[in-house]
Design a protein around this ligand. Structure first.
Ligand SMILES: [Zn+2]
Length: 224
């Protein structure tokens, strides 16, 4: 029913994605839910997670992911409710965070963590690309979706053992060798263990060992 949504939004007011109360303007959240978000505004938390794993230029996450709270609703809306707008909206907030922490980013391009094309087809979009659009608008950095590609889903992965499995785990992504950037910014929705982003970054570093990598995410889970 996507084609009717512009008409519906003229008739029905904007509602908060979290509590479904009417919002007074075009923001996806009401002021009460927005104030409930556990914003981080610090670059050290995300960077700390990757200490000893990745040598990062800049790393930052906008807020903490907390179960049964506003942050979980935001992520759910972005990933499962076709709410691309909320991705761009919070992408702009990430963009402002980057601007506040890096004086002159000098980043060649944004790399949204890719999802497999079958999943992208089913969902209709890649949520990290939505975030990247918002970042791009604020920071004036272009998005590159052909630099890093997700390889085929391998469902039999867990059945494999030893060396075979390890090999599979490090072949989740492919890198376009024809593009040679100096500094890239990886964009992800939620960082939990950091395994996916580490895998992506290490794949890139295996092709371009001297590249500088920065990471941003919408959310990060609290370390226990
Ligand atoms: Zn609300």
């Amino acid at each position: 029913m996507k084609i009717f949504s512009p008409i519906i939004s003229l008739i029905y007011p904007f509602v908060c994605v979290c509590c479904e109360k009417e919002t007074d303007n075009k923001t996806p959240l009401c002021i009460f839910c927005y104030n409930d978000i556990n914003f981080i505004y610090s670059k050290e938390i995300t960077k700390t997670l990757f200490y000893g794993r990745l040598d990062l230029n800049f790393a930052g996450s906008l807020f903490y992911f907390e179960e049964k709270k506003v942050s979980q609703k935001i992520i759910h809306a972005l990933k499962y409710e076709s709410n691309k707008k909320i991705g761009v909206y919070f992408g702009k907030k990430i963009g402002l965070m980057i601007k506040n922490h890096i004086e002159k980013p000098e980043i060649d391009f944004l790399v949204p963590i890719p999802i497999h094309h079958k999943r992208k087809y089913k969902r209709g979009y890649n949520q990290s690309e939505c975030l990247s659009k918002g970042i791009s608008e604020i920071c004036k950095i272009q998005i590159n979706t052909s630099f890093l590609i997700k390889n085929k889903n391998n469902k039999s992965q867990s059945k494999k053992t030893g060396l075979n499995r390890w090999k599979n785990l490090t072949q989740n992504f492919s890198v376009n060798k024809n593009i040679t950037p100096k500094h890239i910014l990886l964009v992800d929705d939620v960082i939990t263990t950091g395994a996916t982003i580490e895998d992506a970054a290490k794949t890139i570093l295996s092709v371009f060992p001297n590249i500088q990598i920065s990471i941003v995410s919408l959310a990060i889970t609290k370390s226990k």
